[in-house]
Structures are given as C-alpha cells and as structure tokens.
Design a protein around this ligand. Structure first.
Ligand code: NAD
Length: 514
C-alpha cells in the first residue's frame, strides 16, 4: 500500500525512479547529498521511506535559483500569478483523498481531519486567487500644494517557509499561496517528520507550472532536511523573510539568526490555549467544543485546548460529563472512520506526555481520567494514548507549559475577573475561548482587558480556525499573522511615494532652505 502510494505520488529523482528526491522544484529533482533521513509512520511505527537530505551546497544552490527566479516572477502581473494558483488549487481538489491519505500515513491524523487539512489548502488557494486582484495601497493627501502621496506594495524576494509536523500541508499553503500571488519565490523546509507530504505538494506545483511556460521553474522549491537546513536558510541574507512555524525554542533560534542580519521573521509558535466556561454557559454546546478542541489531532494542534477554566458552581458536573465522554472516545487506527483519536507522532511525544502527568501529580494535580498508553497488537510501535484530564492549581508550572499531547488541565474559578487573570497568566498567547450566555462576560473577554491572545472566540472552541481571518498569536507565540485578512502584507515591501505635479519645490514642515 505504501509503495503504491509513493509510486502514485511520483516523488522520485530524475536520475533514479526508486530514489526519493530531496531537492525539488520545476525541472529540478535531485537526490540529497546529505545524511540519511528515515521516515516512520506514527500509525504503527513502521519505516515508510528513506531519503538522503539536502546538503549545504544543494541548499545554497536552491537559494540561488530562488533569487534568479524572483527577478522573473516579480514582473508577471499579479492576476496571472493568481491564475497559476487557481490551476494549483484545482489539482488539490482532484487529488484531495490521496493527499489526505498521505497526511494520515505520515502524521497520524484521522482521515476526516486530513481531508479538512487538504480543504484548507484549497480554501487558501481560492482566497489567494481573489487576492491577486486586490493587492492595493492607499492614497494620502499631501500637505504641499500640487503634490500627491501614495503607497505601493511590491514583491519582496525569496521567502523561506519552515513548517512543523502537525500541519504538513496547510501551513505551507497559508504562506506559499500568498507569497506567490505577491510575486515572491518560495523555498520550503518541511518538518523532517513529514517530508513526503511536502514532496507531494511540490509535485502539484511542478504540474501546474507546465501550463505556465513563462513562469520561472524555481518559483517554489522543497529542500528536505533537519534543523541544520533551517538554520542555514535563516542565516542567509539573500532571504528577506523567514516564516517559521514550530516550537518556541525553535522560533527563538530562528528569530536570533534572522535578526542578526536584520531580516524579517514571521513566527507561528506554540500555544497554551484556554477556555473559560462560565456558570451561564450552555453546557452541552461547551462539552462538544471542549472535546474536539482538546483531543482532536491527539492534542497535537497549536490551538489545542490545554486549560479549562471553569466556574466552581458547574465544575464538578462538567468534569463528570467530560470523564464519561473521554472514557468512550474511540482510539485507534486513524484510517478507521469510527476513530476519533489517532496516535501521537512518536515515542518522544509519549514520553513528554508521561513526564508532564508525573509533574502535574507532584504539583498536587488530581488525575480525573486517562493518560495511559493503549497498545494494539498489530501496532506495537505506534504510540496511542487515552487523553487525560487533570484538575490542578492554575499556578502549577506544568500548566503554564505547552505539552504537545492530549492533556487538559481543569482549573476552577470563583469570580470572573479571576478567570481572565488565570487565562492570561501564561507565557503563550495563541487561541482562547469563552462559553457564556452573559453578554457582558463575552464582551469583556473580547475587550482590551480580556483575552490577550491573537484568537479569541465566543461559544466555539479554541481550534479549527477559518482561513479568512489572520491567524497567529502574541507573547511567546511569536506575534506573526498568516492566512487571511491583510496577512499578505508580510510578503511584500511597501514604498511610500510623493509626486510633485507643480512648478515649485515646497518643503514639508514649512522649512525654508536657501
Ligand atoms: P519543531 O520546533 O520541533 O520543528 C518545526 C520546524 O522547525 C521543523 O521543520 C524543524 O526542522 C525546524 N527547526 C528546528 N530547529 C530549527 C532551527 N534552529 N532553525 C531553523 N529551523 C529549525 O516543532 P514540531 O514538533 O514539528 O511542531 C510542534 C510545535 O509547533 C508546537 O509547539 C506547536 O504549537 C507549534 N505549531 C505552531 C503553529 C502556529 O501556527 N502557531 C502551527 C503548528 C504547530
């Protein structure tokens, strides 16, 4: 089944049809000259593919190609670049199921969520097509007679996208579709845990390029490698923008490397997302939102619900209902349509989950349910777990960290102002939610004194954002915004122009000179 899928994907080098490429883009499909990378499926821990990673020299050449391609793509009109993205989006539509199956194989998401991820790629393509006719600037009145001011947005240059394992296609698409219509070229360094998803996406880019002979071949490229490839790309001053999605420690390193050369970084890092459930909440609605947000993708979404801040009057009832729901959760093979919780990505993720549970107990936490490994005879090397709920004090250190696994910390509150204070008292600031039917609580939560996150929702969960809004978070989450709204401005450079159509040279601020 795996071999059949890999053959259908056609991600081999030009030189050898059994060697998976590590550098791919347009007419380039090269074997890596770096170390070997073994790719495993989290479903059963079995090896899926072996790839030689890109070497330093190969990464350098990819940057060179991207720089040369930029000179060409920047002059092709944006609506034409939008046409390209339309063709690409249609290929994603046609291959949706096959691509979703690959996500499930390589990253372990249940098939429904993988289909949702490919749909997200399709949606951002549609968004980018429309955007390609809307890259607009302002006109501004001038203080000087017979003068006019305006802003223009120009293409920026080659953009690097570094992505995490848990959204192996969507994060790339959020960045790349916008970057392409903005007139940039792209180099993608995918997670070393999910390189096949990246190569499959690149194949579709290459296929779309066949319809656009005037486009440069190196419009978008993939380089397969580990953190060291990410470091090399971050340091290179030919790259004006590095968009990096992943953990906070990774983001700090990327930010340092990029800022040392005064480049721009766009950071989408870890979250520690919370939901306040007030005494007036509709509990049945809240329950459904909590479960999807907390256990979807086996707790491995950046927007996963990690802290549930519940009014003390309803806390026991909500905990009891959650326990019943959690104990009935279907855990298992992510390809089985009945499964709701698939595997963790690997053993390391499982070990981190166990350490967090131990630390929580040592900090006085009470395990309400779950936390244990679930072993299937035919998947002994897959790391399946029963999602955990732990009641804990909001001050416990472990509840302030992001453990990338399905652990939900339940925290009680007495008065609403305490709930907001607890909510904001963590270093991360990505996604947040409140369940309430009290208008004042809802508005306060959204107000300047409420949630300090980039995403704040009322009566829906913390995960499952739509592409139309800007996505990202504050504090340690990195401050970046991607996807919808005006996130496209990240991928362009702004020029402010002043035009004199008079016969004099008046100076601004009333200065007389000479
Ligand atoms: P990770 O930080 O281990 O790796 C992410 C990517 O960074 C990989 O491609 C990796 O090779 C690369 N990398 C690692 N060190 C680097 C360095 N020094 N320089 C350049 N690149 C480097 O993250 P992960 O385990 O793949 O993903 C999980 C994390 O990602 C979680 O913290 C999650 O919250 C976060 N995440 C955030 C968002 C968001 O939009 N905010 C989305 C998805 C995931």
């Amino acid at each position: 089944m795996i071999n059949q899928l890999l053959n259908q994907l056609d991600i081999y080098t030009h030189a050898n049809q059994s060697e998976i490429a590590a550098v791919m883009g347009g007419n380039t499909r090269l074997k890596g000259e770096g170390e070997k990378l073994q790719v495993y499926s989290p479903i059963d821990g079995s090896p899926v593919a072996t790839i030689n990673m890109a070497s330093k020299a190969q990464v350098d050449q990819a940057i060179q190609r991207a720089s040369e391609a930029f000179i060409k793509i920047r002059t092709i009109p944006a609506p034409k670049r939008g046409d390209f993205v339309r063709v690409l989006g249609n290929l994603f539509r046609e291959r949706k199921l096959q691509l979703a199956e690959l996500i499930t194989l390589e990253c372990g998401k249940i098939l429904q969520e993988s289909l949702g991820e490919v749909q997200e790629v399709i949606d951002i393509c549609d968004f980018a097509v429309g955007l390609s006719r809307q890259l607009h600037g302002l006109t501004i009145v001038s203080e000087r007679p017979n003068h006019r001011m305006m802003e223009q947005w120009h293409p920026l240059g080659p953009v690097v996208v570094i992505s995490a394992f848990n959204f192996p296609m969507a994060v790339w698409a959020w960045n790349t579709m916008l970057a392409i219509v903005c007139g940039d070229t792209v180099i993608w360094k995918p997670s070393e845990k999910t390189p096949l998803c990246a190569l499959a996406c690149q194949r579709l880019i290459d296929e779309s390029l066949n319809h656009f002979p005037e486009f440069p071949c190196a419009l978008s490229q993939v380089v397969v490698g580990d953190y060291s490839v990410g470091e090399q790309l971050s340091r290179d001053s030919r790259i004006p923008l590095v968009s990096a999605t992943g953990s906070v420690p990774m983001g700090i390193k990327v930010a340092k490397a990029v800022s040392a050369r005064l480049g721009r970084s766009l950071l989408e890092l870890g979250g520690n997302n919370a939901m306040i459930v007030s005494a007036s909440a509709e509990i049945e609605l809240a329950l459904r939102a909590i479960v999807f947000s907390a256990v979807g993708t086996c707790g491995q979404r950046c927007t996963t619900l990690r802290r549930l801040i519940v009014h003390e009057r309803i806390a026991d009832d909500l905990a009891a209902r959650l326990k019943v729901t959690y104990e009935g959760l279907p855990i298992g093979d992510p390809n089985n349509p009945a499964t709701l919780v698939g595997p963790l990505i690997d053993r390391q993720a499982f070990n981190l989950m166990q350490s967090a549970i131990t630390e929580a107990k040592q900090a006085g936490g009470r395990l309400i349910c779950g936390g244990e490994r679930v072993i299937f005879a035919d998947k002994e090397n897959g790391f399946y777990v029963r999602p955990a709920i732990i009641e804990i004090d909001s001050l416990a250190d472990v509840a302030k960290q992001e453990t990338f696994a399905p652990i939900l910390y339940l925290i009680r509150y007495h008065v609403f102002s305490d709930a907001i204070a607890i909510h904001n008292a963590v270093p991360q600031g990505l996604s947040s939610a409140i369940f309430t039917t009290d208008l004042r609580e809802a508005e306060l939560f959204l107000s300047v004194t409420g949630s300090d996150c980039g995403l704040a929702n009322v009566n829906i969960g913390t995960s499952g954002a739509e592409i139309g809004g800007a996505f990202g978070g504050e504090k340690e989450t990195g401050g970046g915004r991607e996807s919808g709204s005006d996130a496209w401005k990240n991928y362009m450079r702004r020029t402010t122009n002043t035009i004199n159509f008079g016969n004099d040279i008046p100076l601004a601020q009333g200065i007389t000179f000479g």
